[in-house]
Write a protein that binds this ligand. Sequence first.
Ligand code: PMP
Length: 400
Amino acid sequence: RFEGVTMAPPDPILGVSEAFRADTNDLKLNLGVGAYRTEELQPYVLNVVKKAEKLMLERGENKEYLPIEGLAAFNKVTAELLFGADNSVIQEGRVATIQGLSGTGSLRLAAAFIHRYFPDAKALISSPTWGNHKNIFNDARVPWSEYRYYDPRTVGLDFDGMVADIKAAPDGSFVLLHGCAHNPTGIDPTPEQWEKIADVIQEKNHIPFFDVAYQGFASGSLDADAYSVRLFVRRGFELLVAQSYSKNLGLYAERIGAINVVCSSSDAGTRVKSQLKRLARPMYSNPPVHGARIVANVVGDPNLFNEWKQEMELMAGRIKNVRQRLYENLSEKDKSGKDWSFVLKQIGMFSYTGLHKAQSDHMTDKWHIYMTKDGRISLAGLSLSKCEYLADAIIDSFHN
Ligand code: PMP
């Protein structure tokens, strides 16, 4: 029966960590998965998370099931954090928010919703994008195609290509947009470009579908990183937003996030929410409570909230520092005259180096630097003291 089952290929991102663990060389560096490390390259549990957990333990909270839609206190604060508590969509009760299994589970639930209610609609995703987007839409049976995003000539945004492809898609498509810190490129549209993207999406009756995995983690400011989503809300769109607390609160393994659907009336919001619950029930019944309580405690308490913002600035700041150092090392050491300024222009935890697959393989085979094969490196896994080694490796691999 099971003899006919074939071997699945390793995951292009998580498979990198497996290969890293198997390497015994002391110089090895894991720049594959996007997980924050300290300057000593150790995993980091935020102090506010420890404090919230201590509070939770002292209160002796129970482990009863949550409702299908998750923890009410979490759903309230997560929508407020995203849209701003005074936003009219919150005031008017027009957002259907349900707790999801982190960003991935929330995207997956939204994809199931699209499949059920918009069976003829197509999703549009950026080229390139986070690899799991394709898997998610494939498994949810939502057809997708790509819009141009990255321009290898400028190592920047192919804005005209992006707009043209969004325009060419069938009316009423779901356009997946990275709210901030585009993964894998680290290249975001400017505020003016976001306006123009909103224009085309409006013109074509498309539905914006935001993936927000880095709020506060990209720039260090929660509000600045919610700029794109709030702009679209201000312009009156109905839209979807998947949220994740993996990076900004370092809650990777807690699987805590949410899916928010902004509707044009509170009635529609109530109906949409009922349907999201109906989809969630046979998939996983109800979500886990621990991470939801942590978020509710941190975001809902003014002191912990302020402390969180400081810790986030610290994390974002450390990444900016290694970005700067890496750029300097590359510019100083590379004698070919190549312009490395794109490293500084990118934001968030990644840098898209422009190294192609064979060069990325060379980085691993010769230098023991583990990264995804699309040339993406996670700066969150890099320390100041390793920048020089990495710069040597990148220059060698580019000219290899
Ligand atoms: N979307 C994007 C663009 C991401 O980079 C990530 C994390 N790598 C996610 C969603 C979801 O991650 P998680 O499921 O851990 O929240």
